[in-house]
Design a protein around this ligand. Structure first.
Ligand SMILES: Nc1ncnc2c1ncn2[C@@H]1O[C@H](COP(=O)(O)OP(=O)(O)O)[C@@H](O)[C@H]1O
Ligand SMILES: [Mg+2]
Length: 361
C-alpha cells in the first residue's frame, strides 16, 4: 500500500516565502501520477516533501498507513530520480547502481542479483563497467532510473527526468517509463512542466498553479471537462480558445473543434474574422484568426492565406462557459440561457439553420 496523502500541507521557506498553502491531495496507490504546472508553481517542493528532502511547515504527509512527516528520507520507502541525473561520474554504471544498496548494508549476493535484474530492465547490460562519460544523456538517465529501481521502493519520485533529453529520446523514454510502471506495479509520482508529457504518461494528472491544485483527474477528464480557465488553457496543444462575452461570462472552445465550414444541421455559433497567421505543422495548420470577439486559433487541414476573410463555426456542444472568476459554469439551464441571450447580444449568432443561412455578423 503506497498511496500518498497530503493533509493541509503548508510550506514556507526560511526566507519567509510561502510556496504551498493548504495542500490536500491523495495520490492513488500504484497510480502513475503526474504533477504538472508552470515553472515556479511548487512541483519540486511538493515532491521533495514526499521524499523528506524538504521539511513540511504545517500539516502531514502519509505514505500507505504511515505518517512520514517527520521521518528521514531513508525511512520512507521512496526513491527519487532528478533532472540532472545525480550520478557519480567517477564510478562505473555498476558502481553507481550498487552504491545505495551497499550503503544500506545489503548482503553481496543480493546486490549482485538486484544489479543483474535492473541493469537488464533499463537496457544497460552491455555497459556494466562503462563510466557515465562514455554514455549518452538517455543512458545516463537510465543509470539513475536503475539505481532507483534497485531499491525496490513503494514510491518512485521523478523530477523532470526527461527534460535534458532530446525530443526523440524523450518520446522513447516516455513509453519506456509507462512500461516500467506496468512492470513494477508501484506508485509513480512524476513532475513536469510539459503538459504533453503529463497527458501521455499519466493515469492521474494533478494540475498545479501557484502552489494550489487546480484540478485532479484522468488525462481525458482534465482535457474534456476542465474545471476552470487555467486548466482549459494549460492542457491541450494549443490550449482552449477563450473569449470574453462582455462582462457577464467567458466562452471557450478547442482549436480542433472550430471549423471554417458549416456542417449540415449545424447548430452553434459563427463569427467572422481575418487570418493573421497560419502555421503549418505538417498534416495540420494552426490558423490565428482575428475576430470582433478577440483572437482565436483554429486547427484545420486546409492552409489559409494571410488576410483572408473567414467564418469560424463552433457547434453548441463544443462550447464551454466560465464565470468572471474563471470557474466553469456547469449548471445546464444557466448554459442554455447564456447561449441564447448573451451570444446574440455580443455579435455571435446562434445559428440554427441550414448552411444557406449565413448568420455571422
Ligand atoms: N530553498 C528555497 N528557498 C526559498 N525559495 C525557494 C526555495 N526553493 C524553491 N523556492 C521557491 O519556491 C517556488 C516554487 O519552487 P519549485 O518548487 O522549485 O517550483 P517548480 O518545481 O514548480 O518549478 C519558487 O518561487 C522558488 O523560487
Ligand atoms: Mg521544479
Amino acid at each position: 500500500m503506497s498511496a500518498i496523502q497530503f493533509a493541509n500541507v503548508h510550506k514556507t521557506y526560511s526566507n519567509g516565502k510561502t510556496v504551498i498553502e493548504g495542500l490536500n491531495l491523495e495520490i492513488r496507490d500504484r497510480s502513475f501520477t503526474v504533477l504538472v504546472g508552470p515553472s515556479g508553481c511548487g512541483k519540486t517542493t511538493a515532491l521533495r516533501m514526499i521524499a523528506g528532502l524538504e521539511e513540511v511547515t504545517e500539516g502531514t504527509i502519509q505514505i500507505g498507513n504511515t505518517n512520514v512527516t517527520k521521518l528521514d528520507p531513508g525511512e520512507r520507502d521512496v526513491a527519487m530520480v532528478f533532472q540532472n541525473y545525480a550520478i557519480y561520474p567517477h564510478m562505473s554504471v555498476k558502481g553507481n547502481i550498487e552504491f545505495g544498496l551497499k550503503n544500506q548494508g545489503m548482503p553481496k549476493a543480493s546486490i549482485i542479483e538486484r544489479l543483474k535484474k535492473v541493469i537488464h530492465l533499463v537496457g544497460l547490460a552491455q555497459y556494466t563497467n562503462a563510466k557515465p562519460s562514455m554514455l549518452s544523456g538517455g543512458q545516463r538517465q537510465r543509470i539513475a532510473l536503475a539505481r532507483a529501481i534497485s531499491k525496490e521502493p513503494g514510491v518512485f519520485l521523478m523530477d523532470e527526468p526527461l527534460s535534458n533529453l532530446d525530443a526523440k529520446l524523450r518520446n522513447q523514454m516516455r513509453s519506456e517509463l509507462i512500461q516500467l510502471h506496468q512492470t513494477l506495479q508501484s506508485t509513480f509520482v512524476f513532475v513536469t512542466h510539459d503538459q504533453i508529457e503529463a497527458m501521455t504518461m499519466a493515469t492521474d494528472i494533478v494540475i498545479f498553479n501557484e502552489g494550489k491544485v487546480m484540478q485532479v483527474g484522468t488525462p481525458k477528464q482534465v482535457y474534456n471537462d476542465p474545471d476552470n480557465i487555467f486548466v482549459a488553457t494549460f492542457i491541450g496543444d494549443p490550449g482552449m480558445n477563450i473569449v470574453k462575452l462582455g462582462t457577464a461570462c467567458q466562452m471557450g472552445f478547442r482549436p480542433q473543434k472550430a471549423k471554417f465550414t458549416m456542417k449540415e444541421q449545424f447548430q452553434g455559433i459563427s463569427v467572422t474574422g481575418e487570418i493573421v497567421t497560419s502555421e503549418t505543422l505538417g498534416l495540420e495548420c494552426l490558423n490565428h484568426v482575428k475576430t470582433n470577439l478577440g483572437n482565436m486559433i483554429v486547427k484545420s487541414e486546409e492552409e489559409l492565406d494571410f488576410g483572408q476573410n473567414v467564418s469560424v463555426y463552433v457547434m453548441e456542444e463544443d462550447l464551454y462557459f466560465f464565470d468572471m472568476n474563471d470557474n466553469r459554469i456547469r449548471e445546464p439551464h444557466q448554459i442554455k440561457q447564456l447561449s441564447q441571450t448573451i451570444l446574440l447580444k455580443e455579435g455571435v449568432r446562434v445559428a440554427r439553420e441550414h448552411p444557406t443561412a449565413e448568420t455571422a455578423i
